[in-house]
Write a protein that binds this ligand. Structure first.
Ligand code: FRU
Length: 508
């Protein structure tokens, strides 16, 4: 693959060919970050799922590896996670060479399972050579189906206090927690969530992580729950819950519960039956965090699938479909709205920094043509803009090309919302759900708006206010967006400083 097609992202991971959806089995081991992914190698639409595979030393540059897991007689290979069995609890490796163990969902709607509800079960496979070759466990499945159609996407992690593994499993409209001493036999512990949060669709791809509350000695547990459909701007999205986990039950934090039930009158709080979201754009789904990140590096590293089930199968890429988000660091912040998960791109992104251009401080009234002023001409960059507006003035960053196609990333002062407007970003006849304006509540307050944008050929990621509000949207213009303008609306805004850094391709 040459990776130079019109819509090919240059610093986001894509498979060379074929279909990709969820990132799976992210695990760090022996100096490599592994990324597996839902993959249909024979087609650019969803189909029989395999686990594709790639590795990276820095979460930015990826090396494609052969397919890790193929379908077998128990089914195709749906989403799941991977762990390093350091204490050899499973007996599948040794203490000297611990097994990398993938825990995934078998999906089988054929043969004797045709027409039944119990077609999803959990299986495991192990590798003793850094994920290069895999053996399926001989007594799969390790968790049978109790008669529930949606029973999938196991995220397994070691629960130190109880010296046991916890499996966080998406079960239709809730999360079920299971535990195991050896990854082979699982016991049900509890259920969470059927009566709280967003329920516009099926719960999928969960994650359970212990996080420090930034700038405190406190720790909380964050439960990530992907859901499709039911996201705030339609289709698939990623919600989360903040609470406590004691090895058996996940219990919501009171503050977070108030935000979720309409009892907190703060930016971004919601009515009962709605969710609080990790990313308010349309194109960040099925994300979970890396396992086994070195102790010297206490980051929570996240990556999502940069698409949406509303149109993932029909977007106009020809050889492959879908990219991931950039790898992101998640932090738990105590904001004026209460607990919120913030996201930032991983610092390793600097490994592909090209030239940096400073954008001089100035007052913007109308349009500031940044790319013209700075003589910029690239569709791949990071832009940091420090804006100030106290009153009614809002702003928008416009990405455009010579064909009059444009994408706007902005802030609407009247409704205190960020937005991405993709109504004019190129042809969209392939899906009625593609063109649209997507909104996100501003969580931060105050007159200062630090805005970080990552723009690749076919996507933008907005990290506003230090990542407290995040939006990710993809786009497919007929010609690359190499022009960048800053526009003020309803008055002037102050640009107190900014910079624009060209990003190099991770493929060449
Ligand atoms: C989420 C999902 C998962 C499932 C996988 C199948 O996008 O539907 O629930 O395991 O995709 O490819």
């Amino acid at each position: 693959a040459t990776f130079d097609e019109l819509h090919r992202p240059q610093f986001h991971f894509t498979p060379p060919t074929g279909w990709m959806n969820d990132p799976n089995g992210m695990v760090y081991h022996n100096g490599e970050y592994h990324l597996f992914y839902q993959h249909n190698p024979d087609s650019t639409v969803w189909g029989p799922m395999h686990w594709g595979h790639a590795v990276s030393k820095d979460l930015v540059k990826w090396e494609h590896l052969p397919i890790a897991l193929y379908p077998d007689s128990l089914g195709t290979i749906f989403s799941g996670s991977a762990v390093i069995d350091k204490n050899n609890t499973s007996g599948l490796g040794t203490k000297d060479n611990p097994a990398m163990i993938a825990i995934y969902t078998y999906h089988n709607v054929e043969g004797e399972k045709a027409g039944r509800d119990d077609y999803q079960t959990q299986g495991i496979a192990y590798s003793l050579d850094n994920g290069r070759t895999w053996t399926k466990y001989k007594a799969n499945p390790v968790l049978k189906n109790p008669g529930i159609k949606d029973f999938r996407d196991p995220k397994v992690s070691w629960y130190e206090q109880g010296q046991k593994w916890i499996m966080t499993l998406a079960v239709k409209d809730r999360i079920s927690f299971y535990s195991s001493k050896n990854l082979l036999n699982w016991t049900k512990e509890s259920d969470f969530g059927s009566d709280i949060g967003g329920h516009g669709g099926v719960w999928e791809c969960p994650d359970l992580i212990k996080m420090p509350v930034a700038d405190t000695n406190e720790e909380k547990w964050v439960l990530i729950v992907n859901i499709n459909p039911g996201a705030p701007n339609g289709g698939s999205g990623t919600q989360y819950f903040v609470g406590q986990f004691d090895g058996k039950n996940f219990v919501l934090d009171n503050n977070f519960k108030a935000q979720l039930t309409g009892q907190a009158n703060t930016p971004g709080s919601v009515k009962k039956g709605e969710g609080i979201w990790l990313d308010y754009g349309m194109d960040n789904y099925a994300g979970i965090t890396w396992a086994n990140v070195p102790e010297s590096d206490d980051r929570h590293l996240f990556i999502g699938w940069m698409s949406n089930w509303k149109y993932a199968n029909v977007v106009p890429t020809e050889k492959w479909r879908s990219a991931t988000t950039v790898a992101r660091t998640l932090t738990l912040e105590n904001t004026s709205s209460g607990f919120r998960v913030a996201s930032q791109p991983v610092k390793e992104l600097q490994n592909i920094y090209g030239t940096t251009h400073q954008i001089p401080a100035q007052t913007v009234s109308g349009t500031l043509d940044i790319s013209e002023k700075l003589k910029l001409n690239t569709p791949t960059y990071e832009a940091n803009l420090n804006l100030e507006t106290g009153g009614e003035a809002g702003f928008a960053v416009e990405l455009s090309n010579t064909k009059n196609q444009r994408l706007l990333i902005g802030y609407d002062a009247a409704s205190k919302r960020y937005y991405i407007d993709r109504t004019q970003a190129g042809p969209s006849e392939y899906s009625k759900d593609f063109a649209g304006i997507h909104y996100a509540p501003r969580i931060a307050t105050g007159a200062k708006f630090p805005i970080k944008l990552l723009v690749d050929v076919a996507s933008v990621e907005l990290f506003a206010d230090g990542g407290k509000t995040v939006m990710t949207d993809i786009f497919f213009p007929d010609e690359k967006f190499t022009k960048l303008k800053l526009i003020s609306n309803n008055g002037e805004v102050k640009l107190t400083g900014g910079n624009f850094t060209e990003l190099k391709s991770i493929w060449n």
